[in-house]
Design a protein around this ligand. Structure first.
Ligand SMILES: Nc1nc2c(ncn2[C@@H]2O[C@H](COP(=O)(O)OP(=O)(O)OP(=O)(O)O)[C@@H](O)[C@H]2O)c(=O)[nH]1
Ligand SMILES: [Mg+2]
Length: 466
């Protein structure tokens, strides 16, 4: 009898394992788009999925089939861990603060136990486990894909053209003056190489920090991950290409060699080692900050996001297909983050605005065989909807605690246009999206963090896996 029982248990375990599934969910977006907060909130929602009614559109929870979620050791030992523990500690501190910036790849694994729905499976295997590996990586790294098709000379020419216009023209002045003072045909020396690269890197950081520009290549220069200060990042484009490029020891030849090395050992490697294993992808975009910053910043972000999307154009003509063959991603969610910065009636406008921003890619490209969706969401909702009266009219506004200040404010943040405004329509003060502090929560362990539409994101990204 005991032997029979043991073999049944053994069989059941075997079946259990074969029905357990795994999904690699990749989260990306440009710097400050909200990746860390999104993953932290998503993990928190799932860990507390049993305790609340905070995920009405995530069916596994709303139908009561979730049995529990646990963060367990990740499978890829060579990838740094996503520090959910630190991020949640910061969000729950008193006063709550936003998690620290991150600048590389990280991963966390969740085991989600759930009740099987399928009547056949239910009989042998009532409870299954879905392993979800969530990977956070900088969208800036995807800006490097086009470099794979550009020679060093072509890339240098592209940067030279970009530096003809403001604000890049002024910001690149020091770097360009340095290049003017050296002869690219002369013998390469470490000190000159390092200085040219440092000035170029400094130029990229100024573009990012002073003007919130996004189209910054090479992507690792401002998002180095664990390569900060590595010689691998000590090169830059040259604005004058020598007539005679024969000398193998020239500054030009050495810069070109490093550029090619960067493409082979960083760009290609990332696609082969990581990107090729992703099953699902969410791309986050902080559309509101770009609107706030004005037309040049907005256009730069739009172009950068559309360049990021080249990595997901899987059609036969797509670069990815040509270079790496078929990839696995079968669903992509585009999300406008920080949707708590607008009044609830503006959410559909924010979604349609994001769709317009991406229209360039949607038209030209084929996300062949890939399901896509667009959503406006807030990973952590920091505001409440409120009303005020202005000249006798009731106006919808939002109320929250601004990052700078300790008194709550109510404001009308502006309406999201249905389409991208024409350059002349970008008048000052048209948009007024302020940053808010995270909410102070009475009991962080009593349920998930307050959010907007995170449950819809979860349903789209992994709902079909249960
Ligand atoms: N109001 C609001 N603000 C948010 C939300 N998510 C992110 N933020 C704000 O955006 C900032 C950046 O969020 P992160 O999650 O750190 O962004 P990231 O993409 O990981 O940024 P990097 O690590 O620097 O690349 C936060 O510090 C908050 O100020 C949200 O849901 N609501
Ligand atoms: Mg981050």
């Amino acid at each position: 009898m005991a032997a029979k029982w043991t073999s049944r248990k053994h069989l059941s375990e075997k079946i259990n394992r074969s029905f357990d599934r795994q999904v690699k969910l990749a989260v990306t977006g440009l710097s400050r788009s909200g990746k860390t907060v999104f993953i932290t909130s998503l993990v928190h929602q799932l860990l507390h999925g049993l305790k609340g009614t905070h995920l009405p559109f995530f069916q596994i929870v709303s139908t009561g089939r979730l049995r529990g979620t646990k963060a367990i050791p990740q499978p890829d030992m060579h990838i740094p861990s996503f520090r959910y523990d630190l991020a949640v500690e910061q969000l729950c501190s008193d006063p709550p603060v936003w998690p620290d910036r991150t600048n590389g790849i990280s991963e966390i694994r969740l085991a989600i136990r759930y009740l099987n729905n399928n009547p056949l499976l239910k009989a042998v295997n009532p409870i299954s486990t879905l392993y979800v590996d969530i990977i956070d990586y900088p969208g800036e790294w995807l800006l490097d894909l086009p470099l794979l098709e550009l020679s060093y000379e072509q890339w240098s020419a592209q940067i030279a053209t970009a530096c003809e216009k403001e604000p890049r023209l002024s910001l690149s002045e020091e770097w360009r003056a340095f290049l003017d003072s050296i002869d690219p045909a002369s013998e390469a020396d470490e000190v000159t190489m390092r200085q040219a690269a440092a000035l170029f890197t400094d130029f990229l950081y100024q573009c990012k920090n002073k003007y919130n520009l996004s189209l910054l290549q090479p992507g690792r220069f401002t998002m180095p991950g664990d390569l900060k200060g590595a010689p691998l990042l000590e090169f830059c484009p040259l604005l004058k290409i020598p007539e005679n490029t024969e000398n193998k020891n020239s500054l030009f030849a050495e810069m070109k060699k490093r550029y090619e090395y960067y493409k082979k050992h960083l760009v290609k490697k990332f696609y082969q080692e990581h990107f090729s294993s992703f099953d699902r992808q969410i791309i986050l975009a902080d559309v509101l900050t770009a609107l706030n910053m004005g037309y040049p910043t907005f256009v730069d972000m739009r172009d950068a996001i559309n360049m990021v999307l080249k990595s997901f154009h899987y059609g036969k003509t797509g670069l990815i297909n040509k270079l790496f063959g078929n990839l696995k991603i079968d669903k992509i969610l585009f999300a406008a983050t920080k949707a708590d910065h607008v009044t609830p009636d503006q959410l559909p406008h924010l979604e349609s605005f994001l769709r317009h921003m991406l229209a360039k890619s949607h038209h030209n490209a084929t996300f062949e065989g890939v399901r896509t969706e667009t959503l406006a969401l807030a990973s952590v909702k920091c505001t409440q909807a409120a009303y005020t009266t202005f000249k006798g009219n009731k106006i919808s506004c939002i109320k929250g605690m601004p990052v700078e200040g300790d008194k709550p404010i109510a404001l009308f943040p502006g309406e999201i246009p249905a389409e991208v405004p024409m350059p002349e329509e970008w008048v000052d003060e048209r948009f007024n999206f302020v940053e808010f502090k995270p909410p102070r929560l009475a009991n962080i362990h009593g349920g998930g963090l307050p959010h907007i539409r995170l449950d819809r994101a979860l349903e789209f990204l992994i709902g079909d896996k249960f």
